[in-house]
Design a protein around this ligand. Structure first.
Ligand code: SAM
Length: 209
């Protein structure tokens, strides 16, 4: 099994071992002192770590997070990473994302469309890691458009949701097409289905070509 980033540990909560980070609670998750449980059933990146994928995360990285929503996962990332830019285009979850960012000096919410990276290029610094969980059609296009932010040796950690591309097709066929499209810009290093935490999702680790 691959290592966890510094700042992420396995700890016991009510007798059950779970991933945990240190920070202010955000979504009613169990806490133990300053530690907060990271629920892989509510977080694709949490599931990727739980399943032992080699994310390359060591802790302290600069992260661009696409599809930050209310900050469930982005807040855990900010607990162990460096500057964390959270892009989300829906105004409603951004209100909660702002609350999650309030006690976190390194979490920067951006009310922006991840399909238009030129609208936040002036704010975001070069990233070691792009995390993507947008769950909309055109997931490969979003990843390709944002490759510009990644350092040469950086990592793309993407959760591909098959049903967002086409509910009628076999997920395996959808994944194959999305990977094919990703491969024009990225070298895919690892893939793994995120079951049992998330149905019909593929976790992918990739690096810029
Ligand atoms: N990653 C979140 C977490 O674990 O806490 C959950 C993300 S949810 C599955 C997907 C989010 O992506 C939604 O909040 C949606 O509004 C957002 N999204 C979809 N397309 C987007 C786009 N083009 N730009 C920015 N956000 C987008």
């Amino acid at each position: 099994m691959s290592g966890l980033p510094d700042g992420v540990e396995r700890r016991e909560f009510d007798g059950v071992e779970r991933l945990a980070t240190r920070g202010e609670p955000v979504y009613g998750e169990p806490t133990d002192g300053e530690w907060r449980a990271w629920n892989p059933d509510r977080s694709k990146l949490g599931a990727m770590l739980e399943l032992g994928m080699d994310t390359g995360l060591a802790g302290g990285e600069t992260v661009l997070y696409l599809g930050a929503a209310a900050g469930t996962t982005a807040s855990h990332v900010a607990d162990f990473a460096g500057p964390t830019y959270g892009v989300e285009f829906a105004a409603r979850p951004v209100r909660d994302l702002l609350d999650a960012a309030d006690p976190r000096d390194n979490l920067f919410p951006l009310l922006k469309d991840a399909r238009k990276p030129e609208t936040y290029a002036h704010v975001v610094e070069p990233a070691d890691v792009v995390v993507q969980d947008v769950a909309t059609r055109g997931q490969a296009k979003v990843a390709t458009a944002n490759e510009t932010f990644l350092r040469d040796d950086g990592r793309l950690l993407i959760a591909i949701k098959a049903r967002s591309e086409d509910v009628t097709r076999d997920p395996e066929d959808v994944f194959a097409d999305v990977l094919d499209e990703l491969e024009s810009t990225y070298e895919v290093l690892e893939t793994e289905r995120l079951t049992p935490h998330h149905d019909d999702h593929l976790g992918v680790v990739a690096t810029p070509r």
